[in-house]
Design a protein around this ligand. Sequence first.
Ligand code: SAM
Length: 243
Amino acid sequence: MSKRKDRRNAGQAFESVVAAVAPRDEEADDAPFFAHDAAPVSDDVLAASPDLSRVLTTQNDGRRELTKMKRFRFQLLHQWICENVPPSCRVADIGGGKGLLTYLLNQSGFTATTIDPIHQTLPAKYKDLTAGRQVRIAETETVSRLDLPFAPNMARDFDLLVALHAHGCNIALIDAAARFGKGFLVLPCCIIDEPLRPPPGMHWLQCVAEYAKGKGFAIKPFRLNFKGQNIGLYAAARPGGAG
Ligand SMILES: C[S@@+](CC[C@H](N)C(=O)[O-])C[C@H]1O[C@@H](n2cnc3c(N)ncnc32)[C@H](O)[C@@H]1O
């Protein structure tokens, strides 16, 4: 690549980092860095990070980018967990909302529990991506739930702490995983109510990855094929952790 092209790419990457971390409301001191519905991290930002660039694939023309995105985040995350985590794992689905991820994991032999302070019932139906059809969930079906905000001690009863766009829980979850020797899987979205902010020039996702590495975790980043904040960070329990 020519030096000029290199400089242009670096400039574009810098612009997207600045745009991603800039507060939306400049009048508010504590304005969010980006909101739930903000554009996901750009390919340039990912490519510039040694940790996160592994989720990109090389296209026919040599460009490294994410492939076309779809919906169905719960189904896609369920699939990823089934392919990468043993079903003997007890999973806490923190900020799990209606509990669909928990439901799907339980169907696959995991023991999963939703932890979310706002009680919600399961959705009436979901799309089974493998069969390509809608599946109904009976009104009588339930999942195990703790209708409470996540608290560190809750981690004791699980092997893997999962947070799919869990509000304000990412850092607390990593701390709890480190303290109790558990694995974790986070797909961070907004930074609102998190206890730390990235230094200037660093994206929130990179900041979460750095924080977890600082706690001694080996991070495995992955990307799911849905629209929105779709980059996940997975870490198995640290060897010799508290267990
Ligand atoms: C953006 S929603 C994501 C819900 C679901 N995981 C999804 O992807 O649709 C954030 C969820 O975090 C939950 N939440 C907020 N504070 C929480 C806390 N302290 N502990 C656990 N869940 C929390 C909210 O109730 C909400 O269901």
